[in-house]
Design a protein around this ligand. Structure first.
Ligand code: SF4
Ligand code: SF4
Length: 322
């Protein structure tokens, strides 16, 4: 049965309600895009995969058809609603202390944002009963940055990240796909990188060897979190510059990273005493202590063994760094 939702509530008003409520929940920006198959992103992905830039992230291959066509995630999808949430800068790490990426210093964004997205969907249903939706935060095969760009929330920089001119580089993307036709056309924002190459020049591993392309196999974030191999078994095992979980080097180098505020989302406040630890404190930690400290944080994705392996590898490279 076709439901004419806009007999009940007009599109502009419901978008206004969504935006207002998302701000109450701590999101900094909202935009919506009309359903489409993303042909050019699919071409980019095919080329990316053919060069092996995905490393061992085979899921990028497995679900490529769903990335191309979000209606394969939910039949009847008409709109893609995109939300940005800021995260905070990492705290200062004393010299020689292992470093972790800024996004990982609070609670797990998947959990925090998923709950908020379901609350937004619940609010939409109050006005448009019967709509169907699914909510995702980096948890489904979607070209998230492309949808955020199409929603008018920013541009994709040469560092391959979404950049919002007001809120900068440190943002998570939350997405709701729905069968309600809610999209409101916004101007897409052209790349504002210009002749800047700071991220490319700052990357210590050559992972950003081409503009707008990230070779994950060379990226510290991939090597310290995603890769299932021991670091000594990696075909490319670079100096990770003290990073043992993720990497902020290209973010910190980007002039747009000066934009943005402290995130209003309390779960993203960096927990200094949890993440700022000496090498010895990390290496002496046992599994039960790790679980009690890091349950519900991004660190569970890597696990303690992986983190210790990263610390050991960094120690070896630290010696050669002199
Ligand atoms: S996260 Fe680090 S290693 Fe990866 S591209 Fe950025 S600077 Fe390079
Ligand atoms: S550092 Fe420069 S080139 Fe890289 S994403 Fe930022 S603005 Fe673009």
């Amino acid at each position: 049965m076709h439901i004419n939702y806009f007999c009940i509530m007009d599109r502009v008003s419901i978008n206004h309600i969504i935006e207002e409520f998302s701000r109450e929940l701590g999101f900094c920006a909202y935009g919506s895009a009309q359903y489409a198959k993303l042909d050019s992103d699919m071409e980019y992905l095919k080329s990316y995969l053919s060069k092996g830039f995905n490393g061992d992230m085979n899921y990028l291959e497995r679900n490529a058809d769903k990335r191309h066509d979000p209606a394969l995630l939910m039949e009847g999808t008409k709109s893609i609603l995109c939300f940005l949430a800021q995260y905070n800068r990492a705290p200062e790490f004393p010299k020689d202390y292992p470093r972790v990426a800024s996004y990982a210093t609070g609670e797990d964004y998947h959990e925090v944002l998923r709950g908020k997205l379901h609350m937004i969907a619940g609010r939409i249903k109050e006005y448009l009963p019967g709509v169907r939706y699914r909510a995702f935060t980096d948890s489904a095969p979607l070209f998230e940055r492309s949808w955020a760009r199409r929603s008018g929330l920013g541009f994709v920089g040469k560092n391959t990240m979404l950049i919002n001119k007001e809120f900068g580089v440190r943002t998570f993307i939350g997405i709701i796909i729905t069968d309600a036709d809610l999209s409101v056309k916004k101007e897409e924002i052209a790349s504002a990188c210009g002749s800047c190459k700071r991220c490319i020049e700052a990357c210590p591993t050559g992972a950003l060897s081409e503009e707008y392309v990230l070779d994950a196999r060379r990226c510290i974030s991939y090597l310290t979190i995603e890769s299932k191999r021991k670091r000594s078994d990696e075909p490319f095992n670079p100096d990770t510059r003290g990073y043992i979980f993720g990497c902020d080097i290209c973010i910190d180098a980007c002039p747009w990273s000066r934009k943005g505020n402290v995130s209003p989302i309390t779960e993203f406040v960096p927990v200094v005493e949890r993440v700022v630890r000496s090498r010895g404190e990390w290496l002496e930690m046992d599994n039960s202590r790790f679980d009690s400290l890091f349950s519900g944080t991004p660190f569970m994705r890597a696990g303690l063994d992986k983190i210790k392996d990263n610390i050991t590898a960094d120690g070896i490279q630290n010696q050669s760094r002199g």
